[in-house]
Design a binder for this molecule. Structure first.
Ligand SMILES: NC(=O)c1ccc[n+]([C@@H]2O[C@H](COP(=O)([O-])OP(=O)(O)OC[C@H]3O[C@@H](n4cnc5c(N)ncnc54)[C@H](OP(=O)(O)O)[C@@H]3O)[C@@H](O)[C@H]2O)c1
Length: 249
């Protein structure tokens, strides 16, 4: 049962929608983001059980302080959701932008899990989860850093799941396809099976409640990505080099 939930990157998008679902049920929710002004007006007054922390997930010390502060009254679930995508898809890697993606999407998850696991080890129970992506299963053109960051998150979760079970800590890795949020609003390319964020949040919450180890959705994207992931790599390369699939143009 999740009564105290801490979510990173909860000021907009998926994180905010999930936070609202738990708050509507009367649960305690802690959320962080770099800019709390992005939160919808009146949300803190509407939900007295919401604790907000202005904090960048790359700031390891500040994030640990926030999680420890929230955890004083219990910590059942930590969702490492904060993440960014590449600004623009490019053929020539933009290493400065790429470093930012890796720092936030990968190191941000480690910075979230470290203090959470410390608390949960003492409690001998808890649940850690991360929002990865279907993009972590294959190398997509123009999105090298994002794909690499999400592949790292997915495999980290897989290892943690095996390692932490004996300490009473459950691990869930969430791999969504396209969800309508500020992150995807800036995409100019087609987004098959795009889902509204409230629908996506409800699906993610159900997966968390069921403590699924890996949740890939929607099913159409799951089938597509599983196919692309399993076929011989030479065939995959032929498919992604098809001119009409070139997202960087
Ligand atoms: N939308 C999709 O289609 C999709 C698909 C697969 C996976 N995902 C993943 O889902 C997660 C949430 O994305 P979203 O679509 O909901 O995007 P979003 O609306 O842009 O939300 C991202 C959240 O992360 C926060 N954030 C970003 N960088 C941060 C940092 N350095 N420190 C703390 N907070 C930070 C943002 O708040 P501030 O700007 O206030 O910091 C915001 O609250 C991401 O990990 C993303 O990769 C999204």
């Amino acid at each position: 049962m999740h009564n105290s939930i801490f979510i990173t990157g909860g000021t907009t998008g998926i994180g905010l929608e999930i936070a609202k679902l738990y708050l509507d049920e009367g649960k305690r929710v802690g959320l962080c983001g770099r800019n709390l002004e992005k939160l919808p007006e009146g949300v803190t007054e509407l939900y007295p059980k919401l604790q907000t922390y202005e904090c960048d997930v790359t700031d390891k010390e500040k994030l640990a302080l926030a999680i420890n502060d929230f955890g004083k009254e219990g910590l059942d679930l930590v969702l490492a959701n904060a993440g960014i995508s590449v600004d623009a898809k490019t053929d020539i890697p933009d290493f400065n932008n790429g470093r930012k993606v890796i720092e936030i999407n990968v190191l941000g998850v480690l910075n979230t899990f470290e203090p959470a696991i410390d608390i949960m080890l003492k409690n001998k129970s808890g649940h850690i989860a991360a929002v990865s992506s279907v993009a972590g299963f294959v190398g997509l053109p123009g999105a090298s850093f994002y794909c690499a960051s999400k592949a790292a998150v997915t495999t980290l979760c897989e290892s943690y799941s095996a390692d932490l079970k004996k300490y009473g800590i459950a691990v869930t890795c969430i791999c969504p396809g396209f969800i309508r949020t500020p992150l995807t609003d800036k995409n100019s390319h087609g987004m098959p099976f795009l889902m509204n964020s409230d629908v996506g949040a409800r699906k993610i919450k159900r997966a968390l409640e069921n403590k699924l180890k890996l949740f890939i959705f929607p099913w159409q994207t799951k089938m597509l990505i599983t196919f692309l992931n399993k076929i011989p790599r030479f065939l995959y390369r032929i498919i992604i080099e098809l001119p009409f699939l070139n997202y960087t143009k």
